[in-house]
Design a protein around this ligand. Sequence first.
Ligand SMILES: [Zn+2]
Ligand SMILES: [Zn+2]
Length: 273
Amino acid sequence: MLFDCGEGAQRQMMKARSGFMDISAIFLTHFHADHTLGVPGLLQTMSFQGRTEALHIYGPEFVGEFCALLNQIGYLSLGFPVFAHQMKHDEVVRFKGYSVQAFRTFHSVPSIGYALKEDLKPGRFNKARALELGVPEGPLFSKLHRGETVMVGGRQVTSAEVVGEPRPGRNIIYTGDTIASEAFLPYLQGADVWISESTYSEDMTDKAAETLHSTAGAVAELAFRAGVKQLILTHVSSRYSTDTTPLLEDAKKRFENVVVAEDFMEIEIPMTD
Ligand SMILES: [Zn+2]
Ligand SMILES: [Zn+2]
């Protein structure tokens, strides 16, 4: 999955050796060039490299026109189909093991953010208890873990006896360009990670309001109120390109667990117990 695809995204993916042939869905927040310019080149490279699997592009209003335009201006020769999906506010798309929900954001053009949510995970398997109940290690273990009841020595062993409560999956929120709005709170609630734009520092609040962007402080305030576990700031104005301290200082006044994203940054999101 790829969220937004600015100019140079393909090149960065090559450098990061993250591979891009496996991308099956691109989620665009809005159609400003810094979020979409990388798409045509990426599609072309995928085609050159022999891709045949369909690619799905999700986005707000104009995603259909955007994909149609790419076709009309000469990308018709792609060796794989591209499907555009316009996402409405609150709409959910199901995938295997997780879902992605779109929600309205507030920028100068139609825009949406995304909440990626893993499905419930099966509870932990209590191996010691299973052995105690006489279940031999092997296929019966997997059956029990899947929720089935098994027979051992003439007696039933149910899944509930050896498997704990289902565990919540992880959720990641990604918002593109937008003012930091309280309307995001229900989506942010308890999120493991929120990746947010943070174009300006606090002293530029007027500029942020005028251009419909966020300040680090306002984003951090929302993260705090929603009980987000980790906040990652990105899309910072070039005025902070050599020093992001003003953004971090603003944010840390409200929310401790915050970092400014860097190219090639990787983070690990632990499962909740
Ligand atoms: Zn924008
Ligand atoms: Zn932007």
